[in-house]
Design a protein around this ligand. Sequence first.
Ligand SMILES: Cc1ncc(C[n+]2csc(CCOP(=O)(O)OP(=O)(O)O)c2C)c(N)n1
Ligand code: SF4
Length: 260
Amino acid sequence: MEVKQFSSIFENGVTTYCPGCEHGLLLKFIGMALDELGITEKAIMVGSVGCSTLAYKFLNVDYVQAPHGRAPAIMSAIKLLEKDKVVFGIQGDGDALSIGIAELIHAANRGIPITVFMYNNMVFGMTGGQMAPTTPEGMKTTTTPFGRDIKQMGPPLDACKILSSFPQISYLKRVVITPKPIFTKDRVMYSSKEAMDSYKAVLNAFKTQLMEGFSFVEFIGTCNVNWKMSILDSKKYVHEVGVKVYPPALCRDAFGVEKK
Ligand SMILES: Cc1ncc(C[n+]2csc(CCOP(=O)(O)OP(=O)(O)O)c2C)c(N)n1
Ligand code: SF4
């Protein structure tokens, strides 16, 4: 079978993320969308911190490494100087909502035409699974061995709710990127809906930037290694617990790109 090659993806699409992690899927969708829209040549990716920074190894686009958490500030500067470039970053939830929340909020509030993709696996993944601002109540992490206690640690931060209050954002969406397990009599299969939803959201986020708008997409995904779960259990967790804390939603579509 012939495997389709994408000019924006190195290594024939093979990544070195942990097996079962959807970080690689997100990169593939970004590469496919860049190719589909014919914008690979003018794309500039900005890295920040966490497992998403490994994207520079797999996406064949120009790349700038920002200091920890500061990607939206660097993206803003690049876009203001190079208006015809397509500027995007991939951030983890710890990166975007803890380490770099100030930069995200100010870039979003200004409505600078950049695109932020946030992979929300509900922990600090690369550093070993510590509690993140997004960790659901009761979830056990290395820093909350008895489960996140809301009284002590506060409730999980909801990026889409926070960003909904900024009028200058043009596209704001939350999708689940984790394929849903479907149990049949003799095997487990996986739904393709989540992949299709995620790809569409990536495409629409870029289309919004091309129409001069700020776009943000949150992807609910797994980190089976640090959740200390099997790949299957991690995918079940997203669909049984994750979607209740973070329901998929289209929170803003100022240019109507979803309907086009
Ligand atoms: C001891 C230590 N503290 C802090 C850091 C900075 N740091 C690098 S990756 C990371 C976690 C990022 O988590 P997240 O943004 O959620 O991304 P993920 O890796 O889960 O995709 C942190 C805090 C570090 N490298 N080492
Ligand atoms: S540590 Fe977690 S987020 Fe990072 S690649 Fe592995 S499974 Fe994915």
